[in-house]
Design a protein around this ligand. Structure first.
Ligand code: GRF
Length: 226
C-alpha cells in the first residue's frame, strides 16, 4: 500500500533563529520567485500598494521566461530576472546564479509563490530562515507538485494550504500558517485548486505582512510571529 502522507523530519534543520522586522522607517524588501500565473504575486503587489502594509516587492525572479508572473511584475514596474536551469552547467551553478540574483536586491524576505524548483544549499545558506513557500495542501499531507490532485484522489473531505519556512526538503519546512478548504462532492482538480488558491492568497498576504512588521522566530519546527 502506498501512503502519500509523509512525516515531517524529526530533527530541525537549525536551532533558534530570530529574524528582526525590517528596519523602522522603511518598508520590508520582498523578492518573489514565480514559475507561472503569479496570482499569489499579484496579491502581494496589490497589498504592497498600501503604505500601511509596510512591504515592497523589489524584484521578481523566475526559472522560466515568458510567464504571466513576470508580466505582472513588469506591469507593476518591478525589476525582473530569469535564471533557467538549462542555461547552467548543473544545479550547483544554477543555485549560485539564483542566489546572486536574489542577493542583488537585498531582500528582508524571499517569497516562493508558485516557484516550481527546489532551491539549493547555497540559496539556503544565504536566505534560510527568511525564505517562505506556499503549498496548496495541508502539510504534511500531499507534498510535491500535485497537492490538489493527490488530495482529491485520496478522498479527503478537507484540504487547504500551508505557508512554511523553506528547508532542503519538498514542502517539509516549519509551518507558519495553514488554512482549511472543504472538498466539494463535484470538485475537479481545477475547481478545488482554484478555491484553495483564493484562500492561499489571503493567507500569504496576511502572514507575510505580519512577519515583516513584527519579525519572527523559528525554533525547531515552531514558528512564532509575536
Ligand atoms: C499555488 O497554488 C502554489 O501553492 C502552487 O502553485 C500555485 C501557483 O499559483 N505551488 P500562482 O502562480 O500564484 O497563480
Amino acid at each position: 500500500m502506498t501512503d502519500p502522507v509523509q512525516a515531517p523530519p524529526v530533527e530541525p534543520a537549525s536551532g533558534v533563529r530570530v529574524v528582526a522586522p525590517a528596519a523602522p522607517g522603511r518598508p520590508a524588501r520582498l523578492v518573489v520567485l514565480v514559475s507561472g500565473a503569479g496570482t499569489n504575486l499579484q496579491a502581494l503587489l496589490d497589498a504592497c500598494s498600501d503604505e500601511g502594509y509596510r512591504a515592497q516587492v523589489v524584484a521578481v525572479g523566475s526559472d522560466r521566461p515568458g510567464v504571466e508572473g513576470l508580466a505582472r511584475a513588469e506591469r507593476a514596474g518591478v525589476p525582473t530576472f530569469v535564471r533557467r536551469l538549462r542555461d547552467f552547467a548543473g544545479r550547483t551553478a544554477w543555485d549560485a546564479a539564483l542566489s546572486e540574483a536574489v542577493a542583488a536586491h537585498a531582500p528582508d524576505l524571499v517569497v516562493l509563490a508558485g516557484f516550481m524548483k527546489l532551491t539549493g544549499p547555497q540559496f539556503l545558506d544565504r536566505f534560510g530562515g527568511r525564505t517562505v513557500n506556499t503549498h496548496p495542501a495541508l502539510s504534511p499531507s500531499f507534498p510535491g507538485v500535485n497537492g490538489p490532485a493527490d488530495a482529491l484522489a485520496y478522498g479527503v473531505r478537507v484540504t487547504g494550504c500551508t505557508l512554511f519556512v523553506v528547508d532542503a526538503g519538498v514542502d517539509t519546512g516549519a509551518i507558519i500558517a495553514q488554512r482549511a478548504v472543504e472538498v466539494a462532492e463535484e470538485d475537479t482538480v481545477e475547481s478545488l485548486h482554484a478555491r484553495i488558491k483564493t484562500v492561499e492568497r489571503t493567507m500569504l498576504v496576511e502572514t507575510v505582512g505580519h512577519m515583516v512588521r513584527t519579525g519572527w522566530t523559528v525554533h525547531h519546527r515552531r514558528v512564532t510571529i509575536p
